[in-house]
Design a binder for this molecule. Structure first.
Ligand code: HEC
Length: 148
């Protein structure tokens, strides 16, 4: 069977069109989820800075938002949804080269969020925030590409 250049280009365009919305969807969803994580940790940071009073309910709800949003994000890194998708993303190729390491970093952060959700006393807050913030950095330093 013979393919003309035109039909090859059409096939490539078609497959790109089919691939694009799928990737765009998951990339969008994980970025939205990460934004929710960022929004929730801002509240915790405000408590840390003394801009907001320690309130166990706010701490718990923020931590639960972080946990559930990280869980959402973690399921939205399918292979092929990195830079090669042609969509703006800071997902580092290392995610797919070291899937185990990525999953481990995610698990660590989810556990840190669970720990934060269980904080009821002001004195336990800062250590829990240190652990949680450290878990974000731990993943970002390896698996998130620098801003362009
Ligand atoms: C296991 C890895 C991992 C963990 C843990 C993690 N992140 Fe991320 N985060 C990423 C990756 C990868 C991106 C880039 C996603 C993209 O651009 O497609 C990202 C993006 C973000 C963004 C930018 C979202 C946007 O598109 O505007 C924020 C904000 C963020 N993370 C906050 C956090 C905070 C706060 C924590 C800790 C509570 C955290 N992340 C934990 C991997 C992680």
């Amino acid at each position: 069977m013979q393919f003309s250049a035109k039909s090859l280009i059409m096939a490539a365009t078609l497959s790109a069109m089919l691939a694009l919305p799928a990737s765009a969807g998951v990339i969008d969803e994980r970025q939205e989820a990460m934004k929710a994580v960022g929004g929730a940790i801002k509240k915790l940071a405000a408590i840390a800075k003394g801009q907001m009073q320690f309130d166990a309910n706010i701490v718990k709800s923020s931590a639960m938002t972080i946990k559930s949003s990280l869980e959402t994000a973690s399921s939205r890194f399918p292979e092929g949804s990195g830079e090669e998708s042609g969509i703006k993303t800071r997902a580092n190729p290392e995610i797919w080269l070291d899937e185990e390491g990525f999953a481990k970093a995610m698990k660590k952060a989810i556990a840190a969020a669970e720990n934060m959700a269980s904080v009821t006393k002001g004195e336990d807050f800062m250590p829990a925030l240190g652990q949680l913030g450290g878990a974000c950095k731990n993943c970002h330093k390896t698996f998130r590409a620098p801003e362009k």
